[in-house]
Every structure is written in structure tokens, then in C-alpha cells.
Design a protein around this ligand. Structure first.
Ligand SMILES: C[S@@+](CC[C@H](N)C(=O)[O-])C[C@H]1O[C@@H](n2cnc3c(N)ncnc32)[C@H](O)[C@@H]1O
Ligand SMILES: [Zn+2]
Length: 274
């Protein structure tokens, strides 16, 4: 069973030889790892959009060490609190599936029967998510054209991924919850102090979105002790700083033997209005 629909005509998808098909005859391949590719060629802005292989590998290496486990636990607790017995969960920009799989496990552990789905525009990320947890319903797709029906999801997650609020409103059921994780003011502050001469804190905003009611903001803030270059570089490579840091900053980072670094998240909890 999949919650995904045909990205070309919106029709339902069902199993066809080697993949999925819709009633109008559109066909989509299912990869060996189990995910489907639902990004029409015309909507790709590059040959391989989204995070590249190296970024996905860095994120997998870093997350699997557990450095962001408190965020995963906080999301899992909110997911359990804000869903019924058999929720459809959709992770927008799910990356390599760390939070998608974690939320699914927590819902199962709470005695629920979730259908956990996720999509990302990066094929490399979705591939890794599918290997992490074959039970996830996964697709390569864009947040700006989410190939799922209106009001298909009970819970929507977005962890550091593009905000496509109109699409998010469309795919979420009335009364459903949207958990939106953004970096807070001092996120990765000590890393930024090494990389830049004059780092600036992130802006903290509370933006009301039409059709959503603000429930609460849950802060998740702590310090990680990264014991060596392996973890320091994995963290650096999974951030946007990897593309824009001048050589001097990279050299300072490469000289570190350890780093105590603040991680500072805010989970914005929204409820879709009835
Ligand atoms: C910072 S990563 C976060 C990934 C994951 N949520 C996590 O926290 O581990 C941002 C993700 O958004 C994806 N992305 C970028 N543009 C996208 C789009 N238009 N639609 C869906 N995903 C997109 C990237 O490929 C990347 O995996
Ligand atoms: Zn179709």
C-alpha cells in the first residue's frame, strides 16, 4: 500500500510489473531498494537535485552516532501525543530517514499502527532511507508538487527541509498536526565561531500560516562533545556551511581535535484548522 499518487495525473497508483502504474497508463519504476521515483523529468532543475551523495553520507554518519537523538525523541513524543491509533505520517524532505524511521518506531512502540511515508527530492537520500527501514513508504518527489491526495496525512513532519506551506496545507487532514523543525538562535554556534570571523545568530521567527493554528514551540537545546575530526567533519559536511566557508575557516576546522558545540532546535507545532 502506498499513499503516493501519479505525479502526472493525480490518479491512484497500484503495483504493475517492476513498479507502479496509474489508470491512465503512466508507469513509474520501483528501485531495487523499494522506493518509487515520482519526480517528472520536467520538474528536475538539475540532473540530480537535492542533497548529493557526499552530504547524504555525512548526514547518515553523523545521525547514526546519536548526536541528534534528543531531537528524534522529542519529535517521537509529539507524534505519539498528536495522533490516533492508525495515523498516516508523511515526512517532507525526509533525507536518509533518521526521523521518519524513529517516529514510526515510537508510534509502533506506543501500540499504534502507523503508515509512515516520506519523500525527498534527492534520490541518494531516499535510497538510504529505504535501506534503513524497508517498511517506509518512500518516493523521490518535490515538496512543491507532493504526489499525494488532498488530506492524506494525519501528521506531517518537516525537519530542516524546504517549506512548501500551500502543499503542506493541502495534504494534511483537517485537525492534523504539522511538526516543523527549524534551527534556533544559537544552533551550531561554536562551529560557526570556528568557521567565520563574525558569526551571527539565526533569526527566531513565529510566522502564522494561513489555515494553521499555532499550538506551541518545543525547544530542544543541548551541547554535543564531538571527540575528533570524523564527527566534526561529518557535521560540517551535512550543513550548508560546507559550500560557503572560506578556506581559512575550513583550515581552522581541520586543525581541531575536538569540539563542544551547541545544538539548538525549535519544533513548531501547528494544527490544521478544521
Ligand atoms: C537539511 S536536509 C534534512 C533532511 C532530513 N529531514 C534530516 O533532517 O535528516 C534537507 C533535505 O531537503 C531535501 N530537499 C531540498 N529541496 C527539496 C524539495 N524541493 N523537495 C523535497 N526535498 C527537498 C534535500 O535533498 C535534503 O535531503
Ligand atoms: Zn497518471
Amino acid at each position: 500500500m502506498t499513499i503516493f499518487r501519479c505525479p502526472l495525473c493525480g490518479g491512484p497508483l497500484w503495483e504493475a510489473p517492476q513498479g507502479l502504474g496509474c489508470p491512465r497508463g503512466h508507469r513509474f519504476d520501483r528501485a531495487r531498494e523499494g522506493y518509487v521515483h515520482l519526480l517528472p523529468v520536467g520538474r528536475k532543475h538539475s540532473l540530480a537535485p537535492g542533497d548529493d551523495k557526499a552530504m547524504v553520507a555525512a548526514r547518515r554518519a553523523f545521525l547514526d552516532k546519536g548526536w541528534y537523538a534528543p531531537l528524534r525523541e522529542a519529535l517521537a513524543a509529539l507524534a505519539v501525543e498528536h495522533t490516533g491509533n492508525d495515523p498516516v505520517v508523511l515526512d517532507a524532505g525526509c533525507g536518509e530517514g533518521y526521523y521518519t524511521a524513529g517516529v514510526r518506531e515510537a508510534l509502533l512502540a506506543a501500540g499504534k499502527s502507523p503508515h509512515a511515508a516520506g519523500f525527498d527530492i534527492s534520490k541518494f537520500a531516499v535510497q538510504k532511507a529505504a535501506k534503513r527501514c524497508p517498511a517506509l513508504d518512500l518516493a523521490v518527489a518535490s515538496a512543491y508538487h507532493i504526489p499525494v491526495a488532498d488530506e492524506a496525512a494525519d501528521l506531517l513532519l518537516n525537519v530542516f527541509s524546504p517549506l512548501a506551506i500551500g502543499e503542506f496545507r493541502r495534504v494534511l487532514k483537517k485537525g492534523g498536526y504539522y511538526l516543523y523543525v527549524v534551527p534556533a538562535a544559537r544552533h551550531l554556534w561554536e562551529l560557526k565561531e570556528v568557521l567565520y570571523d563574525a558569526p551571527y545568530p539565526n533569526e527566531e521567527k513565529e510566522t502564522p500560516y494561513e489555515g494553521f493554528a499555532y499550538e506551541t514551540i518545543v525547544p530542544v537545546s543541548y551541547t554535543v562533545h564531538l571527540p575528533g575530526q570524523e564527527d566534526i567533519q561529518a557535521l560540517f559536511q551535512m550543513t550548508p556551511y560546507a559550500w560557503k566557508t572560506p578556506g581559512a575557516g575550513k583550515a581552522r576546522l581541520a586543525a581541531l581535535t575536538e569540539l563542544d558545540c551547541r545544538v539548538d532546535f525549535r519544533i513548531h507545532v501547528f494544527k490544521k484548522e478544521a
